[in-house]
Write a protein that binds this ligand. Sequence first.
Ligand code: AQP
Length: 355
Amino acid sequence: MSEFKPLVFSGVQPTGNLHLGNYLGAIKKFVALQAKNDCIYCVVDLHALTAQLVHEDMPNQIRSITAAFLASGIDPKAHIVFNQSAVPQHAELAWIFNCVARIGWMERMTQFKDKAGGKNAEQVSLGLLAYPSLMAADILVYRATHVPVGDDQKQHLELTRDIAMKFNLDFASQIRETGAGIDIKVGDQPVHAYFPMVEPLIDGPAPRVMSLRDGTKKMSKSDASDLSRINLMDDAETISKKIKKAKTDPDALPSETEGLKGRPEADNLVGIFAALSDKSKADVLKDFGGQQFSVFKPALVDLAVETLAPVNGEMRRLMGDPGYIDTVLRDGGARARARAEKTMKEVRDIIGFVQ
Ligand code: AQP
Protein backbone atom coordinates (compact mmCIF):
# COMPACT_ATOMS: atom_id res chain seq x y z
CA MET A 1 0.00 0.00 0.00
CA SER A 2 1.48 3.35 -1.00
CA GLU A 3 1.14 6.55 0.96
CA PHE A 4 0.81 10.22 0.15
CA LYS A 5 4.07 12.10 0.42
CA PRO A 6 4.05 13.92 3.79
CA LEU A 7 3.41 17.64 3.41
CA VAL A 8 2.51 20.21 6.06
CA PHE A 9 0.07 23.04 5.26
CA SER A 10 -1.53 25.67 7.47
CA GLY A 11 -2.84 29.22 7.29
CA VAL A 12 -3.54 32.29 9.40
CA GLN A 13 -6.10 35.00 8.59
CA PRO A 14 -4.92 38.60 8.21
CA THR A 15 -7.58 39.87 10.59
CA GLY A 16 -6.30 42.05 13.40
CA ASN A 17 -3.49 41.51 15.81
CA LEU A 18 -2.01 38.07 16.25
CA HIS A 19 -2.23 36.89 19.83
CA LEU A 20 -0.59 34.31 22.04
CA GLY A 21 -3.27 31.75 21.08
CA ASN A 22 -2.33 32.04 17.40
CA TYR A 23 1.35 31.83 18.35
CA LEU A 24 1.16 28.79 20.65
CA GLY A 25 -1.69 27.02 18.83
CA ALA A 26 -0.26 27.48 15.36
CA ILE A 27 2.87 29.50 14.54
CA LYS A 28 5.21 27.94 17.12
CA LYS A 29 4.25 24.51 15.73
CA PHE A 30 4.81 25.72 12.16
CA VAL A 31 8.38 26.61 13.10
CA ALA A 32 9.09 23.27 14.81
CA LEU A 33 7.69 21.23 11.90
CA GLN A 34 10.12 22.76 9.39
CA ALA A 35 13.06 20.67 10.57
CA LYS A 36 11.67 17.38 9.29
CA ASN A 37 8.96 18.30 6.78
CA ASP A 38 8.19 20.05 3.54
CA CYS A 39 5.93 22.94 4.70
CA ILE A 40 3.59 25.45 3.06
CA TYR A 41 2.37 28.37 5.21
CA CYS A 42 -0.28 30.72 3.92
CA VAL A 43 -1.75 34.09 4.86
CA VAL A 44 -5.38 33.25 4.12
CA ASP A 45 -6.59 36.62 2.87
CA LEU A 46 -9.67 35.22 1.07
CA HIS A 47 -10.89 33.84 4.40
CA ALA A 48 -10.60 37.32 5.90
CA LEU A 49 -13.53 38.46 3.72
CA THR A 50 -15.98 35.95 5.17
CA ALA A 51 -16.83 37.80 8.38
CA GLN A 52 -16.13 41.35 7.13
CA LEU A 53 -15.78 42.37 3.48
CA VAL A 54 -13.92 45.67 3.71
CA HIS A 55 -10.68 45.78 5.72
CA GLU A 56 -9.15 49.13 6.55
CA ASP A 57 -5.58 48.17 5.78
CA MET A 58 -5.54 44.80 4.06
CA PRO A 59 -2.01 45.10 2.56
CA ASN A 60 -0.45 45.81 5.95
CA GLN A 61 -2.51 43.11 7.64
CA ILE A 62 -1.16 40.59 5.13
CA ARG A 63 2.39 41.88 5.58
CA SER A 64 2.09 41.76 9.36
CA ILE A 65 1.11 38.05 9.41
CA THR A 66 3.96 37.34 6.99
CA ALA A 67 6.31 39.28 9.26
CA ALA A 68 5.10 37.20 12.23
CA PHE A 69 5.86 33.98 10.31
CA LEU A 70 9.36 35.14 9.41
CA ALA A 71 10.10 36.70 12.82
CA SER A 72 9.08 33.46 14.55
CA GLY A 73 11.61 31.53 12.48
CA ILE A 74 9.86 30.27 9.35
CA ASP A 75 12.34 29.94 6.51
CA PRO A 76 10.66 31.16 3.29
CA LYS A 77 13.44 29.75 1.08
CA ALA A 78 13.45 26.21 2.42
CA HIS A 79 9.63 26.19 2.59
CA ILE A 80 6.81 28.23 1.03
CA VAL A 81 5.23 31.39 2.48
CA PHE A 82 2.57 33.16 0.41
CA ASN A 83 -0.85 34.80 0.48
CA GLN A 84 -3.87 32.78 -0.61
CA SER A 85 -5.27 35.22 -3.19
CA ALA A 86 -2.04 34.88 -5.20
CA VAL A 87 -3.00 31.28 -6.03
CA PRO A 88 -6.43 31.31 -7.73
CA GLN A 89 -6.46 27.50 -7.76
CA HIS A 90 -7.59 27.62 -4.08
CA ALA A 91 -10.83 29.32 -5.11
CA GLU A 92 -11.26 27.03 -8.13
CA LEU A 93 -11.01 23.89 -5.99
CA ALA A 94 -13.23 25.48 -3.32
CA TRP A 95 -15.99 25.84 -5.93
CA ILE A 96 -15.72 22.15 -6.78
CA PHE A 97 -15.80 21.32 -3.05
CA ASN A 98 -18.90 23.52 -2.65
CA CYS A 99 -20.53 21.08 -5.03
CA VAL A 100 -19.12 18.04 -3.19
CA ALA A 101 -20.02 19.15 0.36
CA ARG A 102 -23.62 19.31 1.64
CA ILE A 103 -25.20 22.45 3.09
CA GLY A 104 -26.08 20.55 6.28
CA TRP A 105 -22.38 19.78 6.87
CA MET A 106 -21.61 23.51 6.84
CA GLU A 107 -24.59 24.50 8.97
CA ARG A 108 -23.46 22.11 11.70
CA MET A 109 -20.07 23.83 12.15
CA THR A 110 -19.74 25.30 15.65
CA GLN A 111 -17.67 28.24 14.42
CA PHE A 112 -20.36 29.15 11.89
CA LYS A 113 -23.05 28.94 14.56
CA ASP A 114 -20.93 31.08 16.95
CA LYS A 115 -20.10 33.71 14.34
CA ALA A 116 -23.53 33.78 12.68
CA GLY A 117 -25.02 33.89 16.19
CA GLY A 118 -28.66 34.82 16.23
CA LYS A 119 -28.23 36.90 13.06
CA ASN A 120 -30.65 36.15 10.26
CA ALA A 121 -29.52 34.90 6.85
CA GLU A 122 -29.56 38.44 5.39
CA GLN A 123 -26.78 39.51 7.74
CA VAL A 124 -24.11 36.85 7.27
CA SER A 125 -22.26 36.17 4.03
CA LEU A 126 -22.53 32.98 2.03
CA GLY A 127 -18.72 32.93 2.34
CA LEU A 128 -18.98 32.50 6.12
CA LEU A 129 -21.07 29.38 5.61
CA ALA A 130 -18.76 28.03 2.90
CA TYR A 131 -15.53 28.87 4.83
CA PRO A 132 -14.67 25.21 5.63
CA SER A 133 -14.97 24.30 1.97
CA LEU A 134 -12.33 26.90 1.07
CA MET A 135 -10.21 25.68 3.97
CA ALA A 136 -10.41 22.12 2.62
CA ALA A 137 -9.33 23.45 -0.79
CA ASP A 138 -6.38 25.36 0.76
CA ILE A 139 -5.05 22.11 2.16
CA LEU A 140 -6.00 19.65 -0.55
CA VAL A 141 -4.91 21.74 -3.54
CA TYR A 142 -1.40 20.70 -2.39
CA ARG A 143 -2.62 17.21 -1.34
CA ALA A 144 -1.14 18.11 2.06
CA THR A 145 -1.21 15.40 4.72
CA HIS A 146 -0.61 17.21 8.03
CA VAL A 147 -2.17 20.42 9.34
CA PRO A 148 -0.92 22.13 12.52
CA VAL A 149 -3.80 24.12 14.03
CA GLY A 150 -5.36 25.13 17.33
CA ASP A 151 -8.07 22.98 18.82
CA ASP A 152 -10.80 25.33 17.49
CA GLN A 153 -10.09 24.09 13.95
CA LYS A 154 -10.53 20.39 14.71
CA GLN A 155 -14.10 20.25 13.41
CA HIS A 156 -13.12 21.97 10.15
CA LEU A 157 -10.40 19.39 9.59
CA GLU A 158 -12.86 16.55 10.14
CA LEU A 159 -14.98 18.19 7.46
CA THR A 160 -11.92 18.37 5.19
CA ARG A 161 -11.60 14.58 5.55
CA ASP A 162 -15.30 14.15 4.76
CA ILE A 163 -14.96 16.26 1.61
CA ALA A 164 -11.83 14.39 0.50
CA MET A 165 -13.52 11.04 1.10
CA LYS A 166 -16.70 11.98 -0.77
CA PHE A 167 -14.66 13.27 -3.74
CA ASN A 168 -12.59 10.06 -3.73
CA LEU A 169 -15.72 7.89 -3.71
CA ASP A 170 -17.86 10.00 -6.09
CA PHE A 171 -15.07 10.06 -8.70
CA ALA A 172 -13.61 6.62 -7.94
CA SER A 173 -13.73 5.29 -11.50
CA GLN A 174 -12.44 8.53 -13.06
CA ILE A 175 -9.57 8.61 -10.54
CA ARG A 176 -8.64 5.08 -11.65
CA GLU A 177 -8.96 5.96 -15.34
CA THR A 178 -6.68 8.99 -15.08
CA GLY A 179 -4.09 7.05 -13.06
CA ALA A 180 -3.77 9.99 -10.68
CA GLY A 181 -4.86 8.23 -7.47
CA ILE A 182 -3.08 6.01 -5.01
CA ASP A 183 -4.21 3.08 -2.83
CA ILE A 184 -4.52 3.98 0.83
CA LYS A 185 -6.26 2.51 3.86
CA VAL A 186 -8.86 4.52 5.74
CA GLY A 187 -9.27 2.56 8.97
CA ASP A 188 -9.48 -0.98 7.65
CA GLN A 189 -11.05 0.06 4.36
CA PRO A 190 -8.86 0.18 1.22
CA VAL A 191 -9.60 3.30 -0.84
CA HIS A 192 -8.20 4.38 -4.19
CA ALA A 193 -7.79 8.03 -3.31
CA TYR A 194 -6.92 11.21 -5.12
CA PHE A 195 -7.03 13.33 -1.95
CA PRO A 196 -5.36 12.21 1.31
CA MET A 197 -7.11 11.98 4.69
CA VAL A 198 -5.43 14.90 6.45
CA GLU A 199 -4.11 14.53 9.98
CA PRO A 200 -4.63 17.46 12.35
CA LEU A 201 -1.62 18.29 14.54
CA ILE A 202 -3.26 19.76 17.63
CA ASP A 203 -1.22 18.30 20.49
CA GLY A 204 0.82 20.26 23.05
CA PRO A 205 0.06 21.78 26.45
CA ALA A 206 -1.90 24.75 25.05
CA PRO A 207 -3.99 23.57 22.08
CA ARG A 208 -6.67 26.11 23.04
CA VAL A 209 -5.34 29.18 24.81
CA MET A 210 -8.15 30.78 26.78
CA SER A 211 -9.01 34.41 27.47
CA LEU A 212 -7.08 36.01 30.35
CA ARG A 213 -10.38 37.45 31.59
CA ASP A 214 -12.47 34.27 31.37
CA GLY A 215 -10.86 30.83 31.38
CA THR A 216 -13.90 29.30 29.68
CA LYS A 217 -13.65 31.47 26.53
CA LYS A 218 -11.07 31.11 23.73
CA MET A 219 -8.43 33.85 23.48
CA SER A 220 -9.58 35.62 20.33
CA LYS A 221 -8.74 38.58 18.10
CA SER A 222 -12.36 39.65 18.12
CA ASP A 223 -12.80 39.82 21.93
CA ALA A 224 -13.82 43.38 22.81
CA SER A 225 -11.39 43.48 25.75
CA ASP A 226 -7.72 43.86 24.84
CA LEU A 227 -6.93 42.65 28.38
CA SER A 228 -8.27 39.23 27.37
CA ARG A 229 -5.29 38.52 25.10
CA ILE A 230 -1.55 39.03 24.76
CA ASN A 231 -0.80 40.39 21.31
CA LEU A 232 2.48 39.53 19.61
CA MET A 233 3.09 43.27 19.19
CA ASP A 234 2.52 44.08 22.91
CA ASP A 235 5.55 45.58 24.67
CA ALA A 236 6.98 44.17 27.91
CA GLU A 237 5.04 46.59 30.10
CA THR A 238 1.71 45.69 28.46
CA ILE A 239 2.40 41.95 28.71
CA SER A 240 3.22 42.37 32.39
CA LYS A 241 0.06 44.41 33.04
CA LYS A 242 -2.17 41.88 31.26
CA ILE A 243 -0.74 38.84 33.06
CA LYS A 244 -0.90 40.57 36.43
CA LYS A 245 -4.55 41.47 35.80
CA ALA A 246 -5.39 37.98 34.50
CA LYS A 247 -8.32 36.40 36.32
CA THR A 248 -7.33 33.67 38.80
CA ASP A 249 -8.81 31.99 41.86
CA PRO A 250 -7.63 32.42 45.47
CA ASP A 251 -6.01 28.97 45.85
CA ALA A 252 -2.36 28.01 45.49
CA LEU A 253 -1.31 26.02 42.41
CA PRO A 254 -1.75 22.26 42.79
CA SER A 255 1.19 19.84 42.60
CA GLU A 256 -0.52 17.53 40.09
CA THR A 257 -2.42 18.28 36.85
CA GLU A 258 -5.48 16.54 38.35
CA GLY A 259 -5.80 19.54 40.69
CA LEU A 260 -6.31 21.91 37.71
CA LYS A 261 -9.73 20.37 36.99
CA GLY A 262 -12.52 22.85 37.62
CA ARG A 263 -9.97 25.72 37.73
CA PRO A 264 -10.03 26.99 34.11
CA GLU A 265 -7.97 30.14 34.72
CA ALA A 266 -5.23 28.29 36.63
CA ASP A 267 -5.23 25.55 33.97
CA ASN A 268 -4.88 28.18 31.22
CA LEU A 269 -1.95 30.02 32.82
CA VAL A 270 -0.11 26.77 33.59
CA GLY A 271 -0.74 25.62 29.98
CA ILE A 272 0.66 28.91 28.64
CA PHE A 273 3.75 28.58 30.86
CA ALA A 274 4.24 24.98 29.70
CA ALA A 275 3.86 25.81 26.00
CA LEU A 276 6.19 28.82 26.21
CA SER A 277 8.88 26.81 28.01
CA ASP A 278 8.45 23.58 25.97
CA LYS A 279 7.54 21.64 29.10
CA SER A 280 4.50 19.62 30.13
CA LYS A 281 1.97 21.03 32.60
CA ALA A 282 3.08 18.31 35.05
CA ASP A 283 6.67 19.63 34.91
CA VAL A 284 5.51 23.21 35.48
CA LEU A 285 3.53 22.07 38.52
CA LYS A 286 6.60 20.24 39.85
CA ASP A 287 8.27 23.66 40.01
CA PHE A 288 5.29 25.76 41.11
CA GLY A 289 2.93 23.38 42.96
CA GLY A 290 1.94 24.90 46.31
CA GLN A 291 2.91 28.43 45.18
CA GLN A 292 0.51 31.37 45.10
CA PHE A 293 -0.26 33.28 41.88
CA SER A 294 1.71 36.18 43.37
CA VAL A 295 4.81 34.03 42.76
CA PHE A 296 3.71 32.28 39.56
CA LYS A 297 2.52 35.35 37.64
CA PRO A 298 5.84 37.27 37.78
CA ALA A 299 7.64 34.12 36.55
CA LEU A 300 5.11 33.88 33.70
CA VAL A 301 5.63 37.57 32.86
CA ASP A 302 9.41 37.04 32.63
CA LEU A 303 8.99 33.97 30.44
CA ALA A 304 6.42 35.59 28.12
CA VAL A 305 8.48 38.75 27.70
CA GLU A 306 11.70 36.79 27.12
CA THR A 307 10.02 34.58 24.48
CA LEU A 308 7.96 37.22 22.70
CA ALA A 309 10.40 40.18 22.76
CA PRO A 310 12.66 38.83 19.97
CA VAL A 311 9.61 37.98 17.80
CA ASN A 312 8.12 41.39 18.48
CA GLY A 313 11.41 43.19 17.69
CA GLU A 314 11.97 41.28 14.44
CA MET A 315 8.36 41.83 13.36
CA ARG A 316 8.79 45.57 13.80
CA ARG A 317 12.05 45.50 11.82
CA LEU A 318 10.46 43.50 8.99
CA MET A 319 7.40 45.76 8.89
CA GLY A 320 9.82 48.60 8.17
CA ASP A 321 10.84 46.78 4.98
CA PRO A 322 7.58 46.03 3.13
CA GLY A 323 9.47 45.58 -0.16
CA TYR A 324 11.27 42.55 1.28
CA ILE A 325 8.03 41.04 2.61
CA ASP A 326 6.37 41.49 -0.79
CA THR A 327 9.30 39.73 -2.48
CA VAL A 328 8.92 36.77 -0.10
CA LEU A 329 5.17 36.60 -0.87
CA ARG A 330 5.66 36.89 -4.63
CA ASP A 331 8.32 34.19 -4.68
CA GLY A 332 6.26 31.89 -2.44
CA GLY A 333 3.14 32.59 -4.51
CA ALA A 334 4.86 31.55 -7.74
CA ARG A 335 6.10 28.27 -6.22
CA ALA A 336 2.71 27.55 -4.62
CA ARG A 337 0.90 28.28 -7.92
CA ALA A 338 3.03 25.77 -9.79
CA ARG A 339 2.22 23.03 -7.27
CA ALA A 340 -1.47 23.92 -7.09
CA GLU A 341 -1.83 23.98 -10.88
CA LYS A 342 -0.40 20.46 -11.10
CA THR A 343 -3.20 19.26 -8.81
CA MET A 344 -5.88 21.26 -10.61
CA LYS A 345 -4.89 19.86 -14.04
CA GLU A 346 -5.48 16.38 -12.61
CA VAL A 347 -8.71 17.42 -10.87
CA ARG A 348 -10.06 18.94 -14.13
CA ASP A 349 -9.19 15.67 -15.88
CA ILE A 350 -10.90 13.61 -13.18
CA ILE A 351 -14.06 15.72 -13.44
CA GLY A 352 -13.94 15.65 -17.23
CA PHE A 353 -13.44 19.32 -18.05
CA VAL A 354 -11.90 19.85 -21.47
CA GLN A 355 -8.53 21.62 -21.09
N1 AQP B 1 -7.05 30.76 21.44
C1 AQP B 1 -6.39 29.96 20.61
N2 AQP B 1 -5.66 28.93 21.10
C2 AQP B 1 -4.95 28.12 20.26
N3 AQP B 1 -4.93 28.28 18.92
C3 AQP B 1 -5.65 29.30 18.40
N4 AQP B 1 -5.83 29.73 17.14
C4 AQP B 1 -6.65 30.81 17.16
N5 AQP B 1 -7.02 31.11 18.40
C5 AQP B 1 -6.41 30.18 19.21
C6 AQP B 1 -5.21 29.10 15.98
O1 AQP B 1 -4.51 30.11 15.27
C7 AQP B 1 -4.51 29.75 13.88
C8 AQP B 1 -4.88 30.94 13.05
O2 AQP B 1 -6.17 31.38 13.42
P1 AQP B 1 -7.04 32.19 12.38
O3 AQP B 1 -6.26 33.21 11.73
O4 AQP B 1 -7.75 31.24 11.49
O5 AQP B 1 -8.05 32.95 13.24
P2 AQP B 1 -9.07 32.52 14.25
O6 AQP B 1 -8.99 31.11 14.71
O7 AQP B 1 -10.38 32.95 13.74
O8 AQP B 1 -8.49 33.44 15.38
P3 AQP B 1 -9.28 34.18 16.44
O9 AQP B 1 -8.36 35.04 17.19
O10 AQP B 1 -10.07 33.24 17.24
O11 AQP B 1 -10.22 35.10 15.56
P4 AQP B 1 -11.71 35.41 15.78
O12 AQP B 1 -11.72 36.36 16.90
O13 AQP B 1 -12.11 36.00 14.47
O14 AQP B 1 -12.40 34.10 16.10
C9 AQP B 1 -5.48 28.58 13.73
O15 AQP B 1 -4.71 27.38 13.62
C10 AQP B 1 -6.24 28.57 15.01
O16 AQP B 1 -6.64 27.27 15.38
